[in-house]
Structure formats: C-alpha cells, structure tokens
Design a binder for this molecule. Structure first.
Ligand SMILES: [Zn+2]
Length: 261
C-alpha cells in the first residue's frame, strides 16, 4: 500500500453504514457528524457547557481536567432517525443511545430532544460513574435522579408534576422509592413518578444544602457507606434518617407551589 493510500485510509472514519463522518473536536468532545460545521460546533458548545455545570452541581472536584485528548467522549450525530436506527440497532421510540464503555453518545441531527434533554442526561451518567466508580453501590434512584435533574429542558415540568403530586398526597414514600427497581415496573404512572421524585430529591439536596455538601455525600457512597449512613454522616445537622429527609423534602416541594416556580 502506498504511503498516500495509507494516509487516506487513516483519515477516513467510516460509520456502521459505510459513510464517512466529518469530525469536529472540542476540548472534551469529538463530534462525528454529517451535518454542517456550524451545527457540530453548537453541539460541542452545549456539551462543554453541560460538562462544567454537571461537575459544579455534583461538587465533583477532580484533580486536573479529565476527558481530554484520547479520553474525549464521542458524540455521534446521524443525519436522521432512520440512519440512527440502522446504525445503532435502536428501536423506533429511542431518541438516542449511550455506551459508557465505548464512551459514546449517539443521536440524530433532527432530534428535538437531543440537545436539551438527552445530551445532559447521558453526560451526567458518564460524570456520575466517573465520580463514584463502577463498583460503588449507589442506588438506582440516585443515578437517575442526578441525570434527570441535569436535563435542562425537563426541570420546569418536573417541578410542576412533583408539587401537584405532593400537594395531593400522591407520591411514592421515600423508603419505597429508594428500594424500587424501575426497570421492573409496569405502570407508566409509577415509572414517571419515580424519575420525577428522584430528580426532585437531588434538586432539594443541591439547591437547599449546596453542591459542596452533595459532593461530600457522594464521596461517602463512593467509599462504601450505605445511603442512610452517608446521609447521616453528611447532613447530620439537618436530617439523619430517610423519614426526616422525606419531611423536609416534602416542604421544599410544596414551597415551590407558593413561589410559583
Ligand atoms: Zn438515565
């Protein structure tokens, strides 16, 4: 093979359906796309913004930057839904796909949910795992709660749903919520409440008690403490048990009715 042919081969990043990608790189992300450079730059700008916000909200102070150079996360944007479904073997209802092991998030350029909902949600899962590690015993509600809380485009609707449910006394008791495996839940209503309440709880801890303390709490879980033990250790002057947390969280959720936000 000639040297020129080899260089050309290396420069050709082909995708699953045999079409070359255009590539746009930012500090922490590689965007593979078939759209305009402008759109790719916008996706990178939003992703970099989420990266900063998520780290700040979770109180994650890692020494030095991460996801740099070869560790950058790849965002693959297919040109349309059909190409995305074919390229990722996804079902028709899926708006995107994330692979923690491949460090890749895929969606399609025309998706209305991608930039404001899916991208921040999946990036939060990536950062959260980076923070607490694959091995730690963080409960499912906490994984999904942080990811859902960071969905910029969902927060308003989520607050409204939770405040209505709490005001009507129709919420999942926290002890039940924390033991629930939503993957085995058939009821759509229960699943929706699971996600909304989990996010509201995370929002309560971050908004009312600060990201620094939340980061301290996550580090206790990373280091092997159970949820309630980590809660008591970190928030002992505010609440020590799940029941005490539930009482305070309910008041926070209801106050949002009075404030109207
Ligand atoms: Zn999730």
């Amino acid at each position: 093979m000639s040297r020129l042919a080899l260089i050309a081969l290396l420069a050709c990043a082909t995708n699953a359906w045999g079409v070359e990608w255009d590539v746009y790189k930012s500090k922490h992300f590689v965007i593979q796309h078939r759209a305009s450079e402008r759109l790719a730059a916008e996706v990178a700008r939003r992703a970099e913004g989420y990266y900063d916000t998520i780290l700040q909200d979770l109180g994650y102070r890692r020494s030095g930057n991460f996801w740099l150079w070869d560790d950058r996360v790849t965002i693959t944007l297919y040109p349309g839904r059909r190409a995305f479904m074919d390229g990722t073997q996804s079902p028709e209802w899926a708006a995107g796909k994330a692979s923690l092991h491949k460090r890749e998030i895929s969606s399609y350029a025309t998706s209305t949910e991608f930039l404001g909902v899916l991208l921040p949600h999946e990036l939060t899962h990536f950062v959260f795992i980076d923070f607490i590690g694959f091995e730690s015993e963080a409960p499912l509600w906490l994984h999904e709660g942080v990811a859902q809380w960071e969905e910029e485009g969902s927060r308003l609707g989520l607050r409204a749903l939770v405040r209505l449910s709490v005001a009507a006394g129709r919420f999942i008791p926290l002890r039940t919520l924390m033991a629930l495996d939503v993957r085995n839940v058939d009821s759509r209503g229960v699943a929706t409440m699971f996600y909304a309440q989990s996010a509201s709880l995370v929002g309560y801890l971050i908004e009312q008690h600060g990201s620094r303390r939340f980061g301290k709490f996550l580090r206790q879980i990373r280091d092997g403490k159970g949820f309630e033990e980590a809660l008591g250790f970190t928030y002992s002057s505010r609440f020590r048990t799940i029941e005490e947390l539930e009482e305070k969280w309910r008041r926070y959720a209801e106050e949002k009715v009075a404030n109207g936000n």
